[in-house]
Every structure is written in C-alpha cells, then in structure tokens.
Design a protein. Structure first.
Length: 431
C-alpha cells in the first residue's frame, strides 16, 4: 500500500512503527536508569579516586538519556489510541463481512456488436455499368449471374439475348437463351457486333432509330480467343463494346476463369471500362476484401468501372456450402426477350453455310463415313480419341479444330449429336 500521511490520517505502517518505538523506549529507559543508580551506589564503595570520578561523571549523563527516552515514550503513546481504534475497526469490519450472506456475482452478458458490411446495391447496376466482365473459378456461378443480369436489365428495357459459348453449356437452354458454340459462328457474331456498333453510331448521328437493345454473353473468353482466325479484330470488338457498346444498345457480358487482363485479351486500361464482377477465388484474393470473404461460400466483389465493393451473389448468396458441381440458382428473373436481329442471324448462319459448303478436306465424304462408322455403337467419344483412332486423321495430324468442324457438320446433317467436354473439347455420338 502507498504511504499517505496527513494531519488526520495515519498509515498502518506509521502506527505500527509508533508502537515499536514506545516499547523500545520504555525498555531502554528502564535499563539506563538502573545503570545510573548502580553507578551511584558504586561511588560509596571504597575504591580509587579515579573510579569514583568516572562514576560521578557517567551517572548524570545516564539520567539525562533515560529522561529523554521517557519523553520519547510519552510522545509515541499518543498513537496508541489510534492503533487500538484501527484494530477494533478492522475486527468489526471483518466480523460484519463474515456474518453477511454470500454474494453471488451475476455476469451481465453484453450484446456483441457485429459490424454489418456495406454491400453493393444491385439496383444501381443498370446505371453504373457499361459492360460486364464476370471472372471466377469453375463452379463459382458465373453463368447464373450472367443469366440474372439479363433478366434484371430486361425488366425495364426489353432486349434480345444471345450466348456465345464454345463449351455448349446447357444452362442457356434452360434459361431460354439462344446460344451458339461453334468457334466460326462466335467469331462471325463478334465481327458483326463491331460492324453493328459503327452502323448504330451512324444511325444515331442521322437521327434514326439505332435498333433494339442486345445483351451478348460470351463465355470462356480466353478459350475462344485462342481459336479465332483473326484475334486482333475480336479484341478490338471487346475493347469498343466496353467503352461504347451500352451507348448504342449493345451490352457485352464476358465470362472467364481469370481476371488477368492478358488472359481476357483486353488491355488493363480498357478493362476498367467494364464492371468487373469477381467471384470465387478471384473475389477472395481481392486485396481490400480477402479477410471478409474467407468463410463465404459464393463470394462476390465488384470493381473496375464501379468503386470496389462487397456484394451478395444474386443467385447463390443464400448458400452456406460451396458445391463445384453447382447449386441451383435462386432469384432468377424472367427475361423480357426480343427476337435476335436478322443481321446477327445471317452472320451466324452464313458462317455455318460456308463451313459446310467449303470443307477443309477434299476427301470429305469418305472422312464423314469413317467418322460415322467409328462412332457406331459407341457412347460419347472425345474428339482427340477420334483423331488418334482414325488412321487418316492420325497420319495427316489433322488439327483438332478441323475434326470438331466435321463433328458439328454431321450434327447439323442429323447423323451425330455433340456436347462440350473439358477445356475446348468436344464429344460426339451417333444418333
């Protein structure tokens, strides 16, 4: 305890010290006084005159010391009453406390204050975004989000919707969205969009109707870019759609597993024109929000042309468990669709007609027969297995894209059915 001394307050250690002083002063005074009496009596005993002189000198001195000690004892005795009072008070307090019933401490639970993140309001997306880039690993519900966007944006503004998907995802058919998967058709559609963008710009300058709104979903951007004949033209289309498309009723929505600018085929400075929607691992690695998304099954972050924001996934935000095979989407809105433009359909069908009318091999009929005969009685068979199993393809090292073109042609003719398989792959079986 800290010593505190005032006129009216005495610390316990001070009182204890005064008691010791009083006792020691009493004992010492008695001993010295007795010694002085003894020396005085010794002076009457016959002895040398020098001894009597010493005794006579010491006796007064010892009486003086004894007297001083008596004064000190009297001074210290003034604290005795305080000491006794403190002792009685302490004992009384202890006795009162011991007789009191046991007090039970009741812990009052304080409500835990949880900070609610400021999530992005999806109601603002139609005003803030010119185009969309949705990036995330497989199973992060990119296609579901693109479908939701088509339904959301078409509620107030009807639009035609088309999906360009080299992997032939079945989700577009379930959402009643027209989709194409042949690389030649996808490239033709993107080239038409570039021409249509310029045409709509001219129509607007002339005061004419620019045309119906069109929402273009392009899945697996990187996979498609690697297989286009003229990649630079397509990259130019993607750049211009991001900066100009929405002004002229053309909204582009690209889907890709990586958000890297090089992987998307769009320079970083042009990519910022798009609303960048990051899902899955792409969202979790965002430097601003990675700590907030560690336990979220379907994380979602917006960036790019929109200020970095946390968001709740529109179709999978209610799920607490991630499934790579896919949880069914929720909250999808009915798409208010318009017919696709004739120019776009002509561009797509024209590329298909050109493919079938101008085959890449002079021995087209025998090759088709060999493919059909090879697949007869087999289940779904991968394109690369067909290449390795048919001697003509194997010896000539026929490009896998050419084989895929043959399979798709035979599907149009009603001999086969095809489906996407793996990364840029195709499977086929005989009908």
């Amino acid at each position: 305890m800290t010593a505190i001394f005032t006129n009216n307050t005495f610390h316990n250690s001070q009182i204890l010290l005064s008691d010791k002083v009083r006792r020691y002063a009493t004992w010492s005074s008695h001993a010295i006084f007795g010694s002085a009496i003894a020396l005085s009596l010794a002076s009457f005993i016959p002895s040398h005159w020098s001894s009597k002189l010493v005794n006579a000198s010491l006796c007064p001195l010892l009486f003086v010391v004894s007297h001083k000690l008596d004064k000190l004892r009297e001074y210290a005795s003034g604290y005795q009453g305080i000491s006794e009072q403190r002792s009685h008070s302490a004992y009384s307090n202890w006795l009162d406390a011991s007789l009191q019933p046991t007090k039970k401490e009741v812990a009052i639970a304080q409500p835990e204050i949880v900070e609610t993140p400021n999530y992005y309001d999806w109601g603002n997306i139609s005003d803030e975004a010119v185009g969309f880039l949705i990036c995330g690993n497989s199973g992060s519900a990119k296609s579901s989000l693109a479908t939701w966007l088509a339904g959301h944006l078409s509620q107030s503004n009807p639009m035609a919707v088309i999906a360009l998907d080299p992997h032939f995802n079945d989700c577009w058919k379930l959402a009643n969205i027209k989709s194409i998967g042949k690389i030649e058709q996808i490239e033709a559609a993107l080239n038409w969009l570039l021409c249509e963008l310029d045409a709509r710009c001219d129509r607007k300058g002339e005061g004419k109707q620019i045309g119906d709104h069109l929402f273009i979903i392009c899945d697996e951007l990187n996979a498609s870019l690697e297989r286009f004949k003229d990649r630079k033209v397509v990259e130019s289309t993607l750049r211009r759609l991001g900066s100009e498309g929405r002004k002229f009723g053309l909204t582009f929505c690209g889907l890709n597993q990586s958000s890297n600018a090089n992987a998307l085929g769009i320079d970083a400075k042009y990519r910022s024109n798009y609303a960048l929607i990051l899902l899955g691992q792409s969202a979790r690695t965002h430097p601003l929000f990675k700590e907030s998304l560690a336990d979220v099954a379907y994380p979602c972050v917006l960036d790019g042309s929109i200020a970095p924001s946390l968001a709740i996934h529109p179709t999978h935000g209610d799920y607490s468990t991630f499934k790579k095979s896919g949880n069914p989407p929720k909250n999808l809105k009915q798409i208010n669709q318009l017919p696709l433009p004739d120019g776009l359909l002509n561009a797509i069908n024209g590329s298909d007609s050109q493919l079938s009318a101008s085959p890449q091999s002079t021995a087209i009929a025998p090759v088709f027969t060999k493919i059909i005969n090879f697949l007869n009685g087999r289940d779904w068979t991968r394109d690369n297995y067909i290449k390795q199993s048919i001697t003509d393809f194997k010896n000539a090292d026929t490009p896998i894209e050419e084989i895929q073109g043959y399979l798709q042609f035979l599907e149009v003719q009603g001999h086969l059915e095809t489906r996407g398989a793996g990364r840029n792959g195709l499977e086929a079986r005989k009908i």
